[in-house]
Write a protein that binds this ligand. Structure first.
Ligand code: AMP
Length: 451
């Protein structure tokens, strides 16, 4: 089955889906929707960008509309848990669009914002509650939300939720849910911690893998550029001269790093913004919106803040620093090549980051090709790396003196290359900014940890 009309969704849902510009189901949708409609628990291994929000929400909306359950004051008939407020906002936006022809009440509960409007919105009960675990638990403890009527539970990005230390909150929430319920869980990776959680909260789940866990988005052209730490800024400036890099997400490891890089880009006259945990919700949303609308060309982000960002037409992802958690690499490069589009990732790797690169290659089960002879090359950028005295490929202190039999040091002179326009994303039948099979779908964004 490839069409939404084939899975038995009611006309009011189909109309909304069609108006959202969806033509065909994505692989996760064609597998998950019929399974959930059969009433089965489900565990899905899928990354953000695969269409998983619709995969779980459409069948739940269908069943809520058909079911006999009633919304009672301060209760929810379905609960969707997400790790970050931006992801929660995005799920809510999607769901509001899918239910636009139904008389459903939906609401959002997340930390870092006043709780009063959230409490108010729960007063007469809702069909769908989307929440981050910490704030939900707060409001439950204050008696503003009761979970005894929940028919459907969804845990989105379960791996990240566990990463962010939500396991105790999740357990407390699950304890308060009726045993008789249907549960769906999605995770981009399947570490043992997620398997354990799945085992605890799901009953005889069906399992769907749209891509083997932790495989990188297939359509991303990945490259590593070896460069000393001290020259990374120069390399970034140099790379960004390439006009093919239309909309770029730059990742740093730290919040301060993100600020510094963003400032540097502004000095270069490159419009940019930064999002990370120290920024207010408003500032983050503002930066995301400017990035989405094309007002700024570069968005500099940390991993947690960027998790789940859904922006159309990100042509390039630049890893200014490699992540120390290899899974983050998969999530980072997944920000480009979304829903049918294609993209490029460039990872700036310093000698000391080589162990990170090795970890990444281990989990993605492939080598990230080294971009040796490329138009971004500039004098001295690889000096430390090609120096056999230093490049022993091992972490820790570098060896002194040349390796026995090591070749003479190569000179870089005359290697400067003209700034050709390469690395345009492969077209795969979709324009870099065109969003593949989608048409006219609303732009949106998300990301950052929330209590
Ligand atoms: P998700 O993985 O749920 O974050 O979805 C990624 C993006 O794909 C979202 O912007 C969705 O609106 C979009 N999307 C979801 N399903 C489809 C579909 N069947 N056709 C086209 N776009 C879709």
């Amino acid at each position: 089955m490839t069409k939404f009309t084939e899975v038995g969704l009611r006309e009011t849902i189909l109309r909304a889906v069609e108006e959202g510009g969806y033509e065909e189901m994505t692989p996760i949708q064609s597998q998950a929707i019929p399974t959930i409609l059969k009433g089965k628990d489900l565990i899905g291994v899928a990354q953000t960008g695969t269409g998983k929000t619709a995969a779980f929400s459409l069948p739940i909306i269908q069943m809520l509309a058909k079911g006999e359950g009633k919304r009672l004051p301060k209760t929810a008939r379905s609960l969707i848990l997400a790790p970050t407020r931006e992801l929660a906002v995005q799920i809510h936006d999607n769901i509001k669009a899918y239910c636009k022809y139904l008389h459903f009440r939906t609401t959002l509960v997340y930390g870092g914002a006043s709780q009063n409007p959230q409490v108010k919105s729960m007063l007469s009960g809702v069909e769908i509650l989307i929440a981050t675990p910490g704030r939900l638990l707060d409001l439950m403890q204050q008696g503003h939300i009761r979970l005894g009527q929940v028919e459907f539970l969804v845990l989105d990005e379960a791996d990240r939720m566990l990463d962010m230390g939500f396991i105790r909150d999740i357990n407390k929430i699950v304890e308060r849910l009726p045993k008789q319920r249907q549960t769906v869980m999605f995770s981009a990776t399947m570490p043992v911690s997620v398997e354990k959680l799945a085992h605890k909260i799901l009953t005889k789940p069906a399992r769907i893998d749209v891509a083997p866990a932790a495989t990188t988005a297939e359509k991303v052209d990945q490259h590593v550029l070896m460069v000393p730490k001290s020259r990374k800024r120069d390399l970034l400036a140099h790379v960004l001269k390439d006009a093919a890099i239309e909309r770029v997400l730059v990742f740093t490891r730290t919040k301060h790093g993100a600020n510094r890089v963003s400032k540097y880009l502004e000095q270069l006259g490159i419009t940019s913004g930064a999002i990370h945990g120290n920024k207010s919700q408003n500032a983050r949303q503002k930066a995301l919106n400017s990035f989405r609308s094309g007002e700024i060309r570069a968005l500099v982000a940390t991993d947690v803040a960027a998790r789940g960002i859904d922006v159309d037409g990100v042509t390039h992802v630049i890893n200014f620093e490699l992540p120390n958690e290899p899974e983050s690499y998969v999530h980072r490069i997944g920000r480009t090549a979304r829903a049918g589009a294609a993209g490029v990732s460039l990872s700036f790797c310093d000698h000391e980051e080589r162990p990170y690169l090795k970890d990444i290659e281990r989990i993605i089960r492939q080598k990230v090709p080294l971009m040796e002879d490329h138009p971004y090359h500039f004098e001295g950028m690889e000096a430390r790396v090609i120096d056999p005295e230093e490049d022993d490929g091992l972490p820790g202190p570098r060896r002194r003196g040349p390796r026995p039999g090591a070749p003479k040091r190569r000179s870089n002179s005359g290697k400067h290359k003209p700034n050709r326009r390469i690395n345009q994303p492969k077209s795969h039948g979709a324009k870099p900014g065109g969003g593949g099979q989608r048409k006219g779908r609303p732009a949106k964004g998300r990301a950052r940890p929330a209590r």
